[in-house]
Design a protein around this ligand. Structure first.
Ligand SMILES: [Zn+2]
Length: 92
């Protein structure tokens, strides 16, 4: 399940679940290197655990199309625990 959420500072979070067991998940084991969480520095293993792809509020909305496209392609990796915490703050 992929959920789009926004935190208190307007940053967008795209939740990415761990993949179900199977060939695709196994492919990720070899293809991707872990990204550190931008909040806590813990390594996030794509396909093996839930995490968030975070974009700044302005991503994709700039008047400059090239910059907008580049921003949309890049994201900050946020682990599940940090993402949950940041999105929780939004609710308070
Ligand atoms: Zn984290």
């Amino acid at each position: 399940v992929i959920i789009d959420a926004v935190d208190a500072r307007g940053r967008r979070y795209l939740e990415v679940d761990a993949f179900p067991d199977g060939p695709l998940k196994e492919a990720f084991r070899n293809l991707t290197s872990p990204d550190p969480c931008v909040e806590c520095g813990r390594e996030v293993k794509h396909a093996f655990e839930r995490y968030f792809q975070r974009n700044d509020a302005t991503d994709g909305t700039e008047a400059d199309n090239f910059h907008a496209a580049m921003s949309a392609l890049t994201y900050d990796c946020v682990c599940g625990a940090c993402g949950d915490k940041l999105l929780q703050e939004d609710a308070i």
